[in-house]
Design a protein around this ligand. Structure first.
Ligand code: ZN
Length: 407
C-alpha cells in the first residue's frame, strides 16, 4: 500500500485552505459558493523561499562510530516480539563499507544482532570478517520468557552471547510496550519487572553497555488528530500509536526505566533517541544528573534537537562526555527516509553537528517525515565533535582507538 492509499484508508487526508465541510458540498441557499482552492495536506509540499547559506558536509570532520544501526533484524516477530534466533541480513558488508568509507564512518554498531545461532552468524558475517568496522549487540530471548528459571537462563544467555562476540545488550521498546505475561498475550510486562534483574546485573559485570529504547515520541501517546504534531507520521504508520488500549503513558514508562537505572548502578545504560525524550531536554538533563550510569545517543532525533538549536547546543556542551553519535541507519527501509542508510542521511547529521546552517531538512524526503518543521545546525567545537563522533562510544564499548585526528 502506498502512502496515498494509506492516508485514504486512515481518513488522514486533512484539507488545508478550505476546512469548511461545505467546501465540496452545495453552498447553503443564498450563500456565495466558497471559491478558495482546497488541497489535501498529503499533497502539500511547500518550497522554502528563504535564501540562506547551504553547507554540504560530505565527510565528518573526525572519524565516526555510528552507535545505533540495524544491519540485521529478527526473521520472525509476533505482536512486536521477536521469537526466532534466525536473522534477516539487510545488507552485505561490501555495500555498507562503500558508504562508510565515503562518509568517514569508521565503525557501525549493529544493535539488533539477536541471540543464539543468529547472533553467532551475524558476528561471523560482519564483525569477524571486517575487524573494527562492525560491532554487534545481543538481545533478550523473550521466546524463553515462560520457562521456569527464566531470570537465570537469560543471564546465562548474555554470558554466552559475550563469549560469542556480542559487545553489549540492546533492549527494543518490546519491553514496556509489546512483551506480555504470556509473551504475546495477557498484561504488559513492566520494564522494571524483577525477572530481568540478573540480566541487567550480568551486563554490568561483563562491562557490556545496555542500549535501551523505552517509550517513543510523546506525540505517539496522544490521539492522532488535528492537534498532533506527528499527525502525518502516525497516519502513515498507524501501528506506531500507543494512545489508548492498555498502554502506559510515556511518563510511566520513563519512571519504570529510571527505577532500573537506580537499581543497577554498576550497569552502563545508553538511553537511545536522546533518552527517548528529546522533546524535553530538561527532563533528560535531570536524569543524566541523577544517574551517573546513563549516557544517551542522538539517533533519529536530529529533527527534535535541531528545532531547539540553542537548548540543544547547551545540552551538548554540558553533557559532552555522555552523548553518543547514532543514526538508527537501516539499509533498504525505503518508507523511512529519516533512517534509510545512505550518504544523504549522514550528511544531514554532520551538517547539524558541524555547521550553523539554518532551516534545512532533517531527512531526505519531500515532506518532513516526523513533523512539518526544519532544523538549525549547532556548530559544535572540535573538542566536543571528537567526543560525540567517536570517543564516548569507544569508551562505552571498551574499544582502544587511536586519538581522533581531522580527516
Ligand atoms: Zn533503532
Amino acid at each position: 500500500m502506498n502512502r496515498r492509499q494509506m492516508l485514504r484508508r486512515t481518513g488522514a487526508g486533512l484539507i488545508v485552505g478550505t476546512i469548511a465541510p461545505g467546501a465540496t458540498a452545495a453552498p447553503p441557499q443564498g450563500a456565495e459558493p466558497d471559491k478558495r482552492p482546497s488541497l489535501a495536506l498529503s499533497d502539500y509540499e511547500p518550497k522554502s523561499m528563504l535564501q540562506v547559506r547551504e553547507t554540504r558536509v560530505e565527510r565528518s570532520r573526525y572519524p565516526v562510530i555510528d552507535f545505533h544501526t540495524h544491519i540485521t533484524v529478527s526473521a520472525r516477530e509476533v505482536n512486536g516480539v521477536a521469537l526466532a534466533a534466525e536473522r534477516n541480513y539487510l545488507s552485505d558488508p561490501g555495500e555498507l563499507i562503500a558508504v562508510m568509507d565515503r562518509k568517514n564512518i569508521r565503525t557501525m554498531v549493529n544493535l539488533t544482532g539477536g541471540f543464539d545461532a543468529g547472533l553467532v552468524e551475524t558476528v561471523r558475517r560482519y564483525d569477524k570478517a571486517h575487524p573494527g568496522r562492525f560491532y554487534t549487540l545481543t538481545e533478550p530471548c523473550y521466546s524463553r520468557f515462560l520457562e521456569p528459571g527464566y531470570p537465570q537462563i537469560q543471564a546465562e544467555a548474555i554470558e554466552q552471547a559475550h563469549r560469542d562476540g556480542a559487545r553489549g545488550l540492546k533492549i527494543l521498546k518490546t519491553l514496556g510496550l509489546y512483551l506480555r505475561d504470556n509473551i504475546t498475550s495477557g498484561k504488559l510486562v513492566k520494564i522494571d519487572d524483577p525477572r530481568f534483574d540478573p540480566m541487567w546485573d550480568i551486563c554490568g559485570q561483563l562491562q557490556m553497555p545496555v542500549a535501551i529504547h523505552i517509550s517513543d515520541p510523546v506525540a505517539f501517546f496522544l490521539p492522532t488528530d488535528r492537534f498532533n504534531e506527528r499527525y502525518e507520521e502516525l497516519s502513515n504508520h498507524p501501528d506506531w500509536s500507543f494512545h489508548d488500549h492498555d498502554f502506559p503513558s510515556n511518563a510511566e514508562l520513563i519512571e519504570a526505566r529510571n527505577r532500573v537505572f537506580a537499581r543497577h548502578p554498576k550497569t552502563h545504560f545508553v538511553g537511545l533517541h536522546v533518552g527517548n525524550f528529546a522533546e524535553d531536554l530538561e527532563n533528560v538533563s535531570e536524569n543524566l544528573d541523577r544517574f551517573p550510569n546513563l549516557s544517551v545517543d542522538i539517533a533519529a532525533r536530529v529533527g527534535e534537537l535541531g528545532r531547539q538549536p540553542r537548548t540543544a547546543r547547551a545540552f551538548f556542551e554540558k553533557y559532552q562526555d555522555r552523548i553518543l553519535f547514532g543514526t538508527d541507519a537501516t539499509p533498504h527501509v525505503d518508507d523511512l527516509p529519516q533512517q534509510l542508510f545512505n550518504d544523504q542521511l549522514y550528511e544531514i547529521y554532520f551538517r547539524f553537528l558541524e555547521t550553523s546552517d539554518e532551516y534545512f531538512d532533517y531527512a531526505p524526503a519531500k515532506v518532513p517525515p516526523q513533523g512539518r518543521w526544519r532544523i538549525y545546525g549547532i556548530d559544535l567545537p572540535d573538542q566536543i565533535l571528537r567526543k560525540v563522533y567517536q570517543e564516548n562510544a569507544a569508551r562505552a564499548l571498551k574499544l582502544s582507538i587511536a586519538p581522533s585526528t581531522p580527516v
